[in-house]
Design a protein around this ligand. Structure first.
Ligand code: ARG
Length: 472
């Protein structure tokens, strides 16, 4: 074979690839990240080919031994990657042939790079999903434990970022936890669709060899072979789906980040983040900046970008494989790295959050946060809700003029607005009374928060153990 043309497909070519085109079309710089999965897939393919009699046992053994050596070279960083060999698949196959001679050239029997690459990405993504899941579990556990600890810590709850009603800090943390519980379900649901095997689809139509796709699927731990060969080589829904999961996850993390940034400010002063998660300013000596949540908030943008990128990559693509699909890897890899790192940062940081309880309590007291409780008190004594709303509105206006919270007014002052009000009103006007009264599933009462934390622990354990790939 001519040295001037690519050894894998150069047979029908009469001149070598243009040097720029060679670099332009190569993917080895980034797809070498799939190397271990590529070898895993090849070992399974060769094993299956021997089982159905397309390769001899000796040929299979030589291939598996060669690939095992190559894996060692890659892990040691001793493998020489060549752009002239285009991608990870041809680099490894060429090295195999260097090592074991002609038998190496038999590995590609009944296979194409089209089903090979689709298989590699799915194996890779499946492994990485399990790593992402482990960080997500750690973060959920951290939130649940902190929420349980802070089940009775009172803070203002907000709507429109205006003080609305008192809630407990534990309740707020469990709201975050619920967002992540849905993300966790989406991740495992996505994993189920990732875990389907394209191998055997060959270039697009299947192969004439008597392959047994159930054998390969089982060797690789896939739940089943993909049903349709055309779809198997062209489908990248699974990458889009993972990126959609990651976009929603990052959206959630950005919301948590935003609150952490607000809460660490002098204006809120609700929490303290340990110094190890913050940085200083080179000019303002007093500064302690919440860089970790800020950066997570910022990284949300790149993940959204990858989602749009992948959707656009697939838009209008005719069946079956097109070279466009080579562009799926970098956005997917970056999405994986970003999601994993942001989860890790949060999982490390959350247990170290310290609430400034006095400051939270003070803020809850300042915003007339028990106004609804006073209205509910009047309703229980027979006042229509709209009239009660009006009475409390007048009381708040008085409080604003006098600089007093409702709980700080005397009974006489309150009675100016309704003589139905009696001494027992102070039970509902205190912040503790207010949160304790929201005593139903999903409410902010401390005992409800503790019960919710327990249910969350159980739901997390059940979901985690439903992943066949989880380490637990
Ligand atoms: N590097 C290619 C990719 O990432 C591998 C498949 C190439 N197949 C082909 N027929 N050119 O998609």
């Amino acid at each position: 074979m001519s040295q001037a043309t690519n050894q894998s497909w150069g047979g029908r070519f009469s001149e070598p690839t243009d040097a720029f085109v060679e670099r332009f079309t190569a993917s080895v710089d980034f797809d070498q990240r799939l190397a271990l999965q590529d070898i895993q897939g090849s070992v399974a393919h060769a094993t299956m080919l021997a089982r159905v009699g397309v390769l001899t046992d000796e040929e299979r053994d030589a291939i598996v031994a060669g690939l095992t050596e190559i894996r060692g070279e890659i892990e040691r960083g001793a493998f020489q990657w060549s752009v002239a060999l285009e991608d990870v698949h041809m680099n490894i196959e060429a090295r195999l042939t260097d090592k074991i001679g002609i038998t190496g050239k038999k590995l590609h029997t009944g296979r194409s790079r089209n089903d090979q690459v689709a298989t590699d990405i799915r194996l890779f993504l499946r492994d990485e999903i399990d790593v992402v899941e482990a960080e997500l579990i750690r973060l959920r556990e951290g939130l649940i434990e902190l929420a349980d600890r802070e089940a009775g810590t009172i803070m203002p709850g907000f709507t429109h970022l205006q003080t609305a009603q008192p809630v407990t800090f534990g309740h707020h943390l469990l709201a975050w936890q619920e967002m992540l519980a849905r993300d966790h379900e989406r991740l495992l649901d996505c994993r189920g669709r990732v875990n389907v095997m394209p191998l055997g689809a060959a270039a697009l139509a299947g192969t004439t060899y008597p392959i047994d796709r159930h054998v390969t699927a089982e060797l690789l731990g896939f739940s089943r072979p993909a049903e349709n060969s055309l779809d198997a080589v062209s489908d990248r829904d699974f990458a889009i789906e993972f990126t959609a999961f990651a976009s929603i996850l990052l959206m959630h993390l950005s919301r948590m980040s935003e609150e952490l940034v607000l809460w660490t400010s002098a204006q809120f002063d609700f929490i303290d983040l340990p110094d190890r998660f913050c940085t200083g300013s080179s000019i303002m000596p007093q500064k302690k900046n919440p860089d970790v949540p800020e950066l997570v908030r910022g990284k949300t943008g790149r993940v959204y970008g990858h989602l749009i990128g992948l959707l656009t990559l697939m838009k209008s693509q005719p069946l079956a494989y097109n070279k466009d699909n080579q562009e799926d890897k970098e956005p997917l890899f970056d999405t994986l790295d970003t999601a994993r790192d942001c989860l890790k940062a949060f999982a490390d940081m959350v247990p170290a959050i310290t609430p400034r309880k006095a400051s939270m309590l003070d803020a809850a007291r300042r915003g007339f946060s028990t106004a609804t409780d006073l209205a509910d008190y009047l309703v229980r004594r027979g006042v229509a809700f709209r009239d009660a709303h009006e009475i409390v509105g007048q009381s708040v206006a008085f409080g604003l003029r006098e600089g007093k919270d409702l709980s700080e007014m005397s009974l006489g002052e309150l009675k100016q607005f309704s003589d139905i009000i009696e001494e027992d009103v102070f039970d509902v006007l205190t912040l503790e009374g207010s949160v304790a009264a929201r005593n139903h599933i999903g409410g902010t009462a401390p005992n409800q928060v503790r019960a919710a934390a327990q249910r969350a622990r159980e739901a997390l354990a059940a979901l985690s153990s439903s992943n066949p790939g989880s380490q637990a």
